[in-house]
Design a binder for this molecule. Structure first.
Ligand code: BG6
Length: 486
């Protein structure tokens, strides 16, 4: 028997609008950048296309049609005992073009109905304000977040949702995995900077970036920091009960060897790709190491006088992050490369990898929970975690996924250890609690869910939902507040 989790711990699950809702053009929804990204799989990289190609699948268009199934899905989350449900609002349901004068009423009503459904079951929503789906119009017209005007559009959007959902929502996240904005693929998925010319989800063959492109990338990120800070301030003004967090993509690395060069390189990598964003969002100013990096990379960000104050006035209330895998950093060019969640590191000989090459490292979760908590001393949530795997439906309809149960069990045990270490961990919402479209590969076969959805990579299937073995296991885990993990 394991030790109990703290009372009131938020057990739950997580999704994102563009990966589950479908109904991409229904009830006044506008196009997002995500709607322009094709399906793919482990071998076929996803592509961004301005025009919709006939005969090509764009998986966000139907996804798992959560838009029409949400009542059934939330009922199943409730059956598992969820206390929290992390979901995102599609910006383009509220402001179809991002820069519209008036919000779209039908979009507002849809999410109100979703939140009311959660309330019915006592499930606390955790709402990502934008999760990898910038309005396409903003990306095209303004080059996405590279333009400061997006800050105002985002603020306007926040004002609408903070006002409309007062009393129904308490926890908000300003940007999903904001630090992906430091990566090349992030310019497409996260910041909508189309001038970067990143049109493929190719994580291996990166494009050579000009100084101008690097500057736009980090300016876009800077604008997101400002937008996030303004959102935090606004949220607190609208409802003093609101809690707003940052959401960082867990790009975690260890040094491959104790060679001081590897140690230093790892530190630098962690600083820029992982810590810089949360340092700004938690402390309200850029960390000491940022300027040297910008200088060395010839990155110029057009700062305005008031920016420092805006950042200072909008520090987040809690820290959240995704955690799937870890990698290693080496200064030895010969060291082997391994795939990871939007980052590449050298293979760690002590770890096994998932079928998609993501190295599974539950002990690392305890390690990094401690590292981050030491750094910020803020309440923390693990808002994504899980194993992407291929599931098989047996003849009798059952789905046996012991690999997923094992993955979750190990990570939950390590979270328990971290709490014992003194970390103020308040919630766990594993990713894709219901099968949905993979963000990196755009396929259905990379499944994370405890709930199976009948749909394949070609887009065929009944969309029927069914319970995997992990569904019953997680239900037991929640019922026992983390003590029964067998
Ligand atoms: C995170 C994203 O990076 O990882 C999610 O926030 C994504 O949107 C998740 O789905 C898992 O990655 P993937 O590529 O397996 O779907």
């Amino acid at each position: 028997m394991n030790k109990e989790f703290p009372k009131g711990f938020f057990w739950g699950g997580a999704t994102a609008a563009n990966q589950c809702e479908g109904a991409w053009d229904v009830d006044g929804k506008g196009e997002s950048v995500a709607d322009h990204i094709t399906a793919g799989d482990r071998k076929t990289v996803r592509r961004f296309t301005h025009k919709f190609e006939e005969g090509t699948q764009y998986p966000s268009h139907e996804a798992i049609d959560y838009y029409h199934h949400y009542k059934e899905d939330i009922a199943m989350f409730a059956e598992m005992g969820f206390k929290m449900f992390r979901m995102s609002i599609a910006w383009t349901r509220i402001f179809p073009n991002g820069d519209d004068n008036e919000p779209n009423k039908k979009g507002i009503e849809f999410y109100r109905s979703v939140f009311e459904e959660c309330k019915k079951y006592g499930i606390e929503p955790l709402v990502t304000i934008t999760h990898y789906e910038m309005p396409y119009n903003l990306a095209k017209k303004y080059d996405g977040w590279a333009d400061r005007r997006c800050i105002d559009y985002y603020e306007k959007y926040c004002k609408v949702i903070f006002t409309e959902y007062k009393g129904l929502v308490k926890y908000w996240l300003t940007f999903n995995e904001i630090n992906t904005g430091t990566t090349q693929i992030g310019t497409l998925m996260s910041t909508g900077v189309l001038s970067s010319n990143v049109v493929k989800f190719d994580l291996v063959n990166l494009i050579e970036e000009t100084d101008e492109q690097k500057s736009r990338k980090f300016s876009a990120l800077h604008n997101q920091f400002l937008a996030s800070a303004k959102a935090v301030k606004l949220a607190h003004e609208i409802d003093t009960k609101y809690k707003v967090g940052c959401m960082i993509g867990g790009l975690f690395n260890y040094p491959f060897t104790p060679n001081p060069q590897d140690m230093l390189e790892t530190q630098k990598r962690m600083q820029i790709s992982n810590y810089m964003c949360s340092d700004v969002m938690v402390r309200g100013h850029y960390p000491h190491y940022a300027q040297r990096y910008f200088n060395e990379q010839n990155i110029e960000i057009a700062l305005k006088d008031n920016d420092a104050k805006v950042l200072k006035d909008g520090c987040v209330d809690f820290y959240s992050f995704s955690y799937y895998a870890t990698g290693c950093v080496s200064t030895d060019p010969e060291a082997l490369k391994t795939a990871g969640n939007l980052f590449f590191g050298v293979a760690n000989p002590h770890l096994k990898a998932s079928e998609w090459g993501w190295q599974i490292d539950e002990v690392g979760l305890r390690y990094f929970l401690n590292e981050i908590y030491t750094r910020y001393e803020l309440p923390m949530m693990v808002v994504e975690n899980g194993l992407g795997a291929v599931d098989t439906v047996e003849e009798d309809g059952s789905i046996h996924d012991p690999y997923r149960i094992e993955y979750m069990r190990r990570h939950i045990e390590q979270m328990r250890e971290a709490i014992e270490d003194g970390v103020d961990l308040i919630g766990y919402t594993p990713w894709g609690c219901i099968d949905l479209v993979s963000a990196s590969t755009g396929e259905m076969h990379k499944r994370y869910g405890m709930i199976y959805v009948d749909k394949d990579n070609d887009g065929n299937g009944t969309l029927e939902r069914s319970r995997k073995d992990s569904f019953y296991w997680y239900k037991k885990c929640i019922e026992s507040n983390g003590t029964d993990l067998d």
